[in-house]
Design a protein around this ligand. Structure first.
Ligand code: PRT
Ligand code: ZN
Length: 216
């Protein structure tokens, strides 16, 4: 079945949701919320907005269910299957944060080798594992799906590797950031193959409009 409208996957609710819709509006697109919670319609361009959990956006785009998507670079990089990875088109300048190693306030940290043999709790096991490998460090990764900052107090891990923006969450949990593993922000991504002929020019025009507003 050939689609006639470009599909753009955006986070439904959360830290990137409002800024993603604002980006469309400042690119001159008129977002019609309608009655369908899963799909918003753009009135002045052949584009539909697919509203989903951010974690599903790379897969939806890689599989071609959506043509473009907006997601945190951290979510994109955490994907395991490199084979069908979506392609990054551009960074968008919002949703900025950093994935950082944080230790209990009083612990000394002299560099990545200090993590040798340490248990580290994180929601980003792949990114962390690549970082540790790059530094020749062998640590034990404890995969948590949320509330990573409580791991040291629970005795689950000595150290955490978590996203930080203001640093207030770490501080409230007696942790201090000691090492940046990656910097992140929202990125525009595309399917890893050419779009159908009817949709390619729509995507191109959209990307140009977005480029215009993010550059200004
Ligand atoms: O429901 P859904 O699965 O779609 O959303 P989610 O809960 O998985 O993600 P969400 O909405 O929390 O975050 C979406 C994206 O926003 C992330 O993937 C990042 O790219 C980006 N982002 C920017 C952040 C933060 N800043 C951030 N501070 N994501 C999470 N945090 C969390 C962090 O994990 C920690 O718990 O906020 C806390 C720390 O914040 P500070 O300000 O106390 O340092
Ligand atoms: Zn998520």
């Amino acid at each position: 079945m050939t689609r006639e409208r470009l599909r753009l996957a955006l986070q439904k609710s959360g830290r990137l949701a409002d800024a993603s819709l604002d980006l469309l509006r400042s690119a001159g697109l008129s977002v019609n919320k309608g009655a369908n919670d899963l799909l918003y319609r753009i009135d002045n361009a052949p584009i539909d907005v697919l509203r989903v959990r951010d974690d599903d956006i790379p897969t939806l785009v890689a599989d071609g269910v959506a043509d473009l998507g907006v997601v945190g670079l951290n979510v994109l990089e955490e994907r395991d299957s490199a084979a069908r990875a979506p392609e990054e088109i551009m960074r968008l300048g919002f949703g900025r944060c950093a994935l950082k190693i944080a230790t209990p306030d009083k612990a000394a940290y002299e560099g990545p080798y200090a993590l040798d043999g340490v248990r580290i709790a994180t929601s980003y096991p792949h990114i962390l594992s690549r970082f540790l490998d790059a530094h020749g460090v062998k640590a034990e990764i404890v995969h948590m799906h949320g509330a990573v900052e409580v791991a040291p107090r629970l005795g689950l891990a000595q150290v955490v590797c978590d996203l930080v923006s203001t640093g207030a969450t770490l501080e409230a949990n007696g942790l201090k950031p000691v090492q940046t593993v990656m910097e992140s922000e929202a990125v525009l991504i595309r399917a890893p193959r050419p779009l159908p002929a009817a949709l390619a020019p729509v995507a191109e025009r959209f990307v140009e409009r977005v480029r215009g507003v993010t550059a200004s």
